[in-house]
Design a protein around this ligand. Structure first.
Ligand code: GDP
Ligand code: MN
Length: 380
């Protein structure tokens, strides 16, 4: 789950990070009132779950309440990479001397938490990583001992900071690490972290993403969820205990088991198709779960054919087949359906499916080939 910049800043402030003061506004008048209260220059910033707002015109400096009102009027309602702006953050303007990048991410291959920094801040860090990887410095936290202060200082020196600035920087690096661990985040990023002309550190753009599997122990972050920014189908799936991830292809997948669901997507791709989703109905695969899965998959207008891949194990094939039959009686599905059923009670399951007008094949390979052919014939 992602949150908005102003929410990430709110959390990071609790960990001591010197975030820039700001307030959210939902109308030009509110923006103007915040600007009047702060006085001087403010920056009006689009609050959407995507980066590159600056380049898209979603960030404007305003030197008076009237300018803040105009900036907010221009930004509210704007579309930034498919996200509609419903709120702006009005933050106190700061005079920037230097911009840095500082981020904490999970380094999966090394199974460690990685703290990264760059003196090339403010810009797209992925681009820096691609084109000038030497401009990014990094240190890994020890899984047991954590992120030692000396590692944070090493980062500061590696950035070429003067000795007088290293401790200030190192403190913020440690605070970001503490926030990452404390909030079960998957990403904490400040870009840019700046040095003001007075030599003060200030976080002027904060970003946080959270581990969905740990949200149950973070009510406060869960409360920050912005439904306008969520994929409604994914939310719906989550509430039904189905793992669903929307993808860009046209072959809907309904599978029992996460590993099998991954393998199914591979098989579809191997036969030249593109999966429209990852979907694991979970262990039980009852009629109501399968019906829900159908409705999730068919909610996507791109879906041209559906592949149901079931391996009967503890959940018997006939039970799942029953679920499919009952589900099809409940929800209308116009896309062609290919079923692969094998494992425990597969034959009984196939009999049930035959009565519902569906023929099941035995292997995943056959099923993938046939669903890709079905999708392609509909595409023409
Ligand atoms: P992003 O484009 O979505 O990453 O949004 P940021 O909040 O990072 O803003 C983009 C850029 O706008 C920053 O790198 C700064 O150069 C500039 N900016 C943001 N806030 C201020 C501010 O208070 N004062 C000044 N002078 N520039 C700012
Ligand atoms: Mn930024």
């Amino acid at each position: 789950m992602n949150v908005h910049e102003y929410q990430a800043a709110e959390i990071l402030a609790r960990y001591g990070v010197p975030v820039n003061p700001g307030r959210v506004a939902e109308s030009p008048e509110e923006a103007s009132a915040v600007a009047a209260e702060y006085g001087g220059t403010v920056v009006v910033k689009a609050q959407v779950h995507t980066g590159g707002r600056g380049k898209a015109g979603g960030i404007k400096l305003a030197h008076s309440p009237e300018e803040a009102r105009q900036a907010a009027a221009a930004i509210l309602g704007m579309d930034i990479s498919g996200h509609t702006v419903n709120k702006v953050l009005v933050a106190k303007g700061v005079a920037i001397a230097q911009e840095f990048y500082l981020g904490v991410v999970l380094d999966r291959p090394n199974r460690q938490v990685l703290v990264m920094a760059s003196a090339e801040g403010g810009v797209d860090i992925e681009e820096v990583a691609r084109e000038r990887p030497d401009k990014i410095v990094q240190r890994r936290a020890d899984p047991v001992l954590g992120f030692h202060p000396y590692l944070a200082r090493e980062l500061g020196f590696a950035l070429g900071l003067p000795a007088t600035q290293v401790n200030g920087f190192a403190a913020i690096a440690q605070q970001l690490y503490e926030a990452y661990m404390g909030e079960d985040a998957t990403l904490v990023e400040v870009n840019p972290l700046i040095l003001t002309e007075d030599g003060e550190w200030r976080a002027i753009d904060s970003k946080m993403s959270f581990d969905d599997n740990a949200l149950f122990r973070h009510d406060e972050s869960e409360q920050m969820r912005d439904f306008a920014e969520e994929n409604l189908t994914e939310l719906d799936a989550r509430n039904s205990g189905i793992s669903f991830v929307k993808l860009d292809g046209d072959i809907g997948c309904i599978v029992n088991g996460a590993g099998l669901a991954m393998a199914t997507m591979d098989a579809v791709k191997q036969h030249g198709g593109e999966p429209a989703n990852f979907l694991d109905v979970g262990g039980g695969a009852s009629a109501s779960q399968v019906a829900k899965a159908f409705s999730l998959v068919t909610a996507d207008p791109n879906v041209k054919a559906i592949l149901i891949n079931i391996f009967g194990g503890i959940t018997r094939g006939d039970v799942v087949a029953d679920g499919i039959r009952e589900a099809l009686a409940e929800v209308e599905v116009s896309a062609p359906i290919v079923v692969r059923l094998s494992g425990t009670n597969a034959d009984e399951g196939k009999d049930i499916l035959a009565k519902a007008g569906l023929t099941a094949v035995d292997t995943m390979d056959e099923a993938a080939a046939s669903v890709v052919a079905a999708a392609h014939s509909r595409a023409d």
